[in-house]
Design a protein. Structure first.
Length: 113
């Protein structure tokens, strides 16, 4: 009796392994074909601004209050580095530290993207 049960379980396992192997080898990739893009030329000043920006320790941890001086200095850096951006976009400050910018398009009736 036990031999028959073990033999049945072994046969079921063998069928499962065969099905898995067949499905694995018959799998076709569903990724779409793409054409590689050319690299975008980035100016040295843009790289320098990025390097300066990521040096600010604007990270908050759990329930600990963030370092307000770092966030204030980062906001000043952004305003000084990107004055046109600050003059053209509307800015909302959330919870003292989070900046949300709104870039209004020419056609106010168009859907946002």
């Amino acid at each position: 009796m036990i031999k028959k049960i073990l033999l049945f379980l072994l046969a079921a396992l063998a069928v499962l392994v065969i099905v898995l192997v067949l499905k694995t080898f018959s799998f076709k990739s569903v990724q779409p074909a793409y054409t590689p893009t050319t690299a975008i030329k980035v100016s040295d000043s843009a790289v320098a601004h990025f390097q300066q920006g990521i040096r600010f320790q604007t990270v908050s941890y759990g329930n600990l209050p963030p370092d307000s001086a770092v966030f204030a200095s980062f906001h000043q850096f952004l305003q000084k580095t990107y004055p046109l951006f600050y003059s053209k976009l509307s800015r909302t400050v959330i919870a003292k530290y989070t900046l949300v910018f709104k870039w209004t398009g020419k056609d106010t009736l168009a859907k946002p993207i």
